[in-house]
Design a protein around this ligand. Structure first.
Ligand code: HEC
Ligand code: HEC
Length: 359
């Protein structure tokens, strides 16, 4: 009997100490889960890798790193993610960016191959990242961060040098402890934290969103533009750039939009799929905040929205690769009147989310 009591007591003690140990561990490392509020009518499936759940502490660290030239190499010139993904430009380059050169950004050691992309609603994209969709499947935003830090045309840093610089900063070490459980700084953790932050960049407060929720009315011109955008008889933009039913204002799929008759970019969609029909194909960019995300297209060839609209109205280039969804190709474009083009532009301007882009 006494022996049994002793065993029970020992067992209870063991349980108690195990409980104390784990709860004490938890107290040391208990980041606060961050729940993305999915805007009404947005897709509900999120692209978040299982090994990098969002936490308040991770996002805070990621936001700081995103804006800190500590992650850039030589010549630093104060370069960071935010140099090419500027908030006031919808986290895209922006037409007045001092780094802009021939439609593309100049990084630490050279100009990037493509124009930049806006960091907006990326967490809802499950079709692949970058212009050509090469980051997909097992690869995710974490991989883009790593590449951005080391690519000569972007931040041109060495991983060791970045890890060493951040490790030398006590404030950062404390932030890593809060986000990841201990002070160790690694490229894996740096990439994870920044990717977490990027996933929180959600734009759903444009005038058009307010209209969809019954909180604002569109002007007659904006409404006419919306109808042009979403009808085949009109400007026929919605197949690839979405509409109220696909509120990301992109399908995130890949098309050749008849920009050029002889596509010869070694980093287009063809370079990823090897499918002959994918020459000159790119991911349709979101049109959210499109008024502020100049320059436009994968090569940044257009500086203004007016130039883009001119192209879709009368500048389409025939080729065997053009998407069958470019219904206006036989006519060279949508052939809208100047006042219809003004209406279409008025509609596109309703996609600007002032809250998202305000400094
Ligand atoms: C020198 C300018 C430059 C810097 C600095 C830069 N980027 Fe980019 N970023 C680009 C360009 C250009 C692209 C498009 C590349 C492509 O698709 O070919 C891009 C694309 C991306 C994308 C993919 C977006 C999408 O819709 O697929 C993400 C995410 C991104 N960058 C995040 C970052 C982060 C995080 C940093 C900092 C670690 C960073 N970038 C630094 C120029 C830059
Ligand atoms: C067949 C699909 C398709 C249709 C239809 C289409 N687009 Fe596009 N759009 C694309 C693709 C793909 C790109 C990127 C092409 C590139 O960079 O070479 C693009 C790029 C753009 C851009 C530049 C975005 C940026 O961030 O650089 C704007 C603006 C745009 N389209 C507006 C429109 C408008 C307005 C219409 C209707 C008149 C329209 N598109 C019709 C597929 C399409």
């Amino acid at each position: 009997m006494r022996r049994l009591t002793a065993v029970v007591c020992a067992g209870a003690l063991l349980c108690l100490s195990a409980w104390m140990f784990t709860s004490c561990e938890k107290e040391k490392y208990s980041p606060t889960p961050y729940e993305i509020t999915i805007p009404r009518y947005f897709p509900t499936a999120l692209n978040i890798p299982a090994d990098n759940p969002l936490t308040e502490e991770g996002i805070e660290l990621g936001e700081k790193l995103f804006h800190d030239p500590i992650i850039s190499g030589e010549p630093s010139e104060g370069l960071c993610c935010a140099s090419c993904h500027v908030k006031s430009a919808g986290y895209d380059l922006g037409g007045d960016n001092p780094r802009l050169e021939n439609g593309r950004p100049r990084g630490a050691a050279g100009v990037t191959h493509h124009n930049a992309l806006p960091l907006c609603n990326l967490v809802f994209n499950r079709q692949g990242y970058l212009w050509n969709g090469s980051v997909a499947g097992e690869k995710n935003i974490e991989d883009i961060v790593r590449t951005a830090i080391t690519l000569p045309e972007e931040l041109n840093a060495s991983e060791d040098q970045v890890v060493a610089a951040i490790s030398a900063d006590a404030g950062y070490r404390e932030m890593f402890r809060k986000a990841f459980g201990d002070e160790e700084v690694t490229m894996d953790r740096i990439s994870k934290a920044i990717a977490q932050y990027v996933r929180t960049l959600i734009s759903a407060e444009s005038k058009f969103d307010h209209y969809l929720r019954g909180e604002a009315t569109l002007t007659d011109a904006e409404l006419r533009g919306y109808i042009l955008f979403t009808t085949e008889e009109g400007a026929d933009c919605f197949h690839c750039h979405g509409s109220a039913g696909t509120p990301l204002f992109t399908t995130n799929l890949f098309y050749n939009n008849a920009l050029t008759a002889h596509p010869e970019d070694p980093m287009d969609r063809f370079s990823v799929t090897g499918d002959e029909m994918d020459h000159g194909c790119y991911r349709a960019p979101t049109l959210r905040n499109i008024a502020v995300t100049a320059p436009y297209m994968h090569d940044g060839r257009f500086n203004t929205l007016d130039e883009v609209l001119d192209f879709y109205n009368s500048g389409l280039q025939s080729s065997p690769y053009a998407s069958p969804l470019m219904h206006k190709l036989p006519d060279g474009g949508a052939c809208l009147t100047p006042s219809q083009i003004a209406d279409l532009k008025a509609f596109l301007n309703t996609l600007t989310d002032e809250k998202f882009i305000q400094e």
